[in-house]
Design a protein around this ligand. Structure first.
Ligand SMILES: NC(=O)c1ccc[n+]([C@@H]2O[C@H](COP(=O)([O-])OP(=O)(O)OC[C@H]3O[C@@H](n4cnc5c(N)ncnc54)[C@H](OP(=O)(O)O)[C@@H]3O)[C@@H](O)[C@H]2O)c1
Length: 285
């Protein structure tokens, strides 16, 4: 059980950044954090009308938009099972959006987070990457590095390429969190499964994919977006002794989920790290 009203502590002085804060789980994360007195919350999304609506609701919580500290990075933005395509930079669309985009932003923000951590109790600075139970849909071998700059049209079994590539991108979120934890031991880094949540991610799918998700939750139903934010909020704000860096966390605060060989592979996590480092050097600012 987790109740954001009573379980989130006072967040005075703390600064948060949430990607994909304009709808679904990210929006609810922003709204719940704002109710606990943080110094600032940055949120990122593409939908200006939605962002303006949230800002006007929370005007008093956003006194300025500059900060010398960052206490929590919540990499929440994501897409799922969309039609095959490439990003502008030439990555498979889901891998580019769900993994490369967050890695690029983190490269800019980690120095600020490390500096913030120097003045805070150990483990209080956090990186959260929204993964998904869907990581298990990844292709054989985990991540097909030679395919990451193709449009993912020919690797899909058994549900189809777009689900396989979603799984690959969400496995990348999980593995990247484990490697970030090794690279930056003073920052608590975890990947998160939020539950199966009734958001645009699900409702924007075609009929058969929506039906697949609803059937998979038969008897339980989908979580509301507000409930879908609980695991994120737990990981962002729980006291440091209760959260273990490098873990994959299912609702609420459960880091004991069964992982497969690829999801536990240090070698694959390091290979992803090295691949990402090399790619980020080629990207324009
Ligand atoms: N819903 C679930 O059942 C479920 C289950 C497991 C994991 N997750 C994960 O939870 C996270 C949040 O998903 P959600 O369910 O809340 O979905 P959502 O309602 O569709 O929200 C996704 C957010 O990501 C943003 N976004 C997408 N592509 C972007 C891009 N290229 N650049 C910047 N922002 C972008 C969207 O911005 P716009 O408003 O501009 O579209 C939106 O704010 C995702 O990472 C997803 O994989 C969700």
């Amino acid at each position: 059980m987790f109740d954001p009203v009573s379980d989130i502590p006072d967040l005075s002085g703390r600064v948060f950044l949430v990607t994909g804060g304009t709808s679904g789980i990210g929006k609810e994360t922003v709204l719940a954090l704002a109710a606990h007195n943080p110094a600032q919350i940055y949120f990122i999304g593409r939908n200006t009308a939605s962002a303006e609506g949230i800002l006007s609701k929370l005007k008093a919580s956003f006194p300025s938009l500059t900060s010398k500290r960052l206490d929590a990075f919540i990499g929440n933005a994501g897409i799922m099972a969309l039609a095959s395509a490439l990003t502008k930079d030439g990555y498979e669309l889901q891998f580019g959006t769900n993994h490369v985009g967050h890695a690029a932003l983190l490269r800019l923000l980690v120095p600020t987070m490390l500096r913030t951590g120097e003045k805070e109790p150990a483990g209080s600075v956090r990186i959260l990457l929204l993964s998904s139970q869907g990581w298990a849909l990844h292709p054989k071998g985990g991540i097909l590095f030679d395919n990451l700059k193709t449009n993912c049209s020919d690797i899909g079994v058994p549900l189809g390429s777009n689900w396989t590539c979603y799984g690959q991108s969400k496995l990348a979120n999980l593995l990247y969190a484990t490697e970030l934890a090794r690279q930056y031991p003073t920052v608590t880094t975890v990947s998160i499964h939020p539950g199966v949540v009734n958001t645009n991610l699900v409702n924007g799918l075609g009929f058969w994919n929506r039906a697949l998700i609803r059937v998979s939750q038969f008897g339980k139903g989908l979580l509301t977006p507000a409930h879908g934010a609980h695991n994120t909020l737990w990981a962002a704000t729980v006291e440091s002794s209760k959260i273990k860096s490098g873990t994959y966390v299912e609702p609420i605060g459960n880091s004991g989920a069964k992982l497969d060989e690829d999801a536990m592979s240090r070698e694959l996590a390091k290979k992803l790290w090295d691949w990402t480092e090399a790619e980020l050097k080629t990207l324009k600012a």
